[in-house]
Design a protein. Structure first.
Length: 202
């Protein structure tokens, strides 16, 4: 569900961003394509950044901390989408787009920061299910933009609220630590230090 709310939104936005800029802000196709491309460029660092943050959070707070971090990224993403949908100026729309793009792609990274620890014996299976959820989200959100009854602004608004609901669900979800996951999160230097202190105490 969380990956549908981040990667699924990303797939949808990649397909409709240019049209939104052309229809609502009367940009040329070249200019609209440029700003839509800027959304995708956030992938160059945002996912990796969140992967680092997620690992640091897991080392200190465990899986509970990783879950809260993912919920926060989704919440900020949803709020950014709502601001983008209601933006009446191009400048505000671009700022909102780049902001929610950052949180969206960080949510992608935060999701896969949790995946390996859900079931360490079936990591490939869990990864496949999560990935499929992202594609399913992209397909479902895409239907909103094919409807003749709602505008693009309405569609983005619905998506923003949907992402916020998913963030709330993630927030109340309890992710349990397991010994294997916790061991992976502890830096090697700490293991060596604790071992030396224990040996000295003997």
């Amino acid at each position: 569900m969380s990956y549908a709310a981040c990667f699924g939104v990303e797939l949808t936005f990649d397909n409709v961003a240019s049209l939104h800029f052309v229809d609502n802000f009367h940009l040329s196709l070249a200019a609209a394509g440029f700003w839509a491309g800027a959304f995708g460029l956030m992938n160059l660092f945002a996912r990796a950044l969140e992967g680092i943050v997620s690992d640091r959070t897991g080392a200190r707070f465990g899986m509970k901390g990783k879950g809260y971090l993912l919920a926060l990224m989704l919440m900020l993403e949803g709020l950014g989408i709502l601001i983008f949908a209601e933006a009446t100026s191009l400048t505000l729309a671009i700022i909102a787009m780049l902001s929610f793009a950052l949180f969206l792609k960080m949510a992608n990274g935060a999701t896969y920061g949790i995946v390996p620890f859900v079931n360490d014996k079936n990591v490939g299976l869990v990864s496949g299910i999560v990935g499929a959820g992202g594609n399913a989200g992209g397909m479902l959100f895409g239907f909103l933009f094919k409807s003749d009854r709602i505008s693009y602004v309405d569609a983005f608004t619905y998506i923003g609220y949907a992402v916020i609901v998913v963030a709330a669900v993630v927030f109340i979800t309890r992710f349990r630590d397991n010994p294997v996951a916790r061991k992976r999160e502890i830096p090697e230097e700490r293991v060596v230090l604790v071992t030396e202190q224990w040996t000295a105490a003997r």
